[in-house]
Ligand binder design. Sequence first.
Ligand code: OOG
Ligand code: NI
Length: 494
Amino acid sequence: MPPRWDADQLRTEFVRALSDMYRTEVPLYGQLVDIVRTVDNAVLAARGQTPDNLPTRHQLERHGAIRLGTEHEMRTTSRLFAVMGMYPVGYYDLGMAGFPLHGTAFRPTSESSLRKNPFRVFTTVLRPDLIPSPAVRQTATSLLASRALFTPRLCALISQAEDPATRRHLTADDAAALIADALAVFRWHSRATVSLDTYLALRAAHPIVADIVCFPSAHINHLTPRTLDIDAVQAAMIAQGLPAKARIEGPPRGRRCEILLRQTSFTALEERVAFADGGSGSGSGSGSDGAAGPPPSGHAGVSGTHTARFGEVEQRGAAVTGKGRGLYDRLLAEAVAAHGEAGGELDEVLAETFRREYPDDWTELRSRGLVYFRYRVAPDGAAGKLDAILRDVRASQSPVRLEQLLQSGVVECEPITYEDFLPFSAAGIFASNLGGGAADEGAATKLQETEQSNSRAELEGLLGCAIPSEIDLYEELQAASVRECEEALGLKEI
Ligand code: OOG
Ligand code: NI
């Protein structure tokens, strides 16, 4: 049996278990996963391929999101994810979009782990200092102070897995216990820890605050499969009556060279919630969170329900460089501004803006330094071609260039997949799923570039490590692939 503390294996077992759990909690998720499978199979069939032609990672590729309440919760979650081979990448300041939160994405970073299973979790933590009302801040922090998200057993297992001296002794039973207790952190509880009145007061202050502090777990709020054709999935969702969001976030449709990611979502559930006082909001209540109790009874026509969880699907494209990202951000902002002035369909304005300025050809994207690529020596014996190049090079006394190697077919390349998130899209997704919140397009336009360094440093301090930027990681992946080519070809620098 393989060692059970293997981080990649734990991550894969965890995401399988999480997916099974979410299927039972949110049946529409199951329906969405089925739609994705049907759409992807059709895409593959049109290419003359079968599901076996997809990279293994595609089968179980998911991202999820959780919202945490305290520094301690964030730190422990970070330790738990590290046991599963997931590390913080990228800083996301949701404060810019009007949410008192900031966060990071926990995900695998090495090429081999990404290839096995690139599970990622967008993880935010409440920033009480951004809650304007002192009374609400006080209620929120005191509720969170008494919440225990992690079982003592889970904490002990994390410590055991962290310690090089004991991690090898994690048995299969330990791994199963770790996964079971980790699942409990993400599980939905239909019993709030507060009275209905407290819930309504917090929700009135900010729906996200109520979502974070009123429940005993850090319920996963969506689990997103990746598809090969998000436009087809969106059409199928609408055809099947799923309450899909009006537009797909991200780069415009119709590009030949997909970049970054495109996402759409649907409001999945109005959850029935039992409150600590029995749900009427007027009784004194026991404050307990036991399993039994009267069903939620409703309150002044608003109550007894909570919208927290939703469905989402995404299509991923290439990772762009800093320059590529700058161009993306600028064109998106221009399209949103032009749309604000002239009206019409944002999607059309966006498509037109990108058509004008964002190259849609891999060679051009590469030569203009807009996209990251993975290079490798072509498998079909490049030796003869290489010899010819080396002869030329010796004659001209210039170094061998990567460009030459590519053109002659000695080396080939493919775009590196974008593994991260887009804050503009995240804000749109947040806003469209909170219920009664801002319109999705509006939220994106509210985003502004602000000085992020203080809050980023704050999150880094809390996690006890620097948060690498995703761009740096792609840069490293690309550079490492070039180094591998150099070694394989016996060349010093290309
Ligand atoms: C996270 C939303 C961000 C995405 O795909 O951009 C996200 C949240 O709602 O907590 O998951
Ligand atoms: Ni998401």
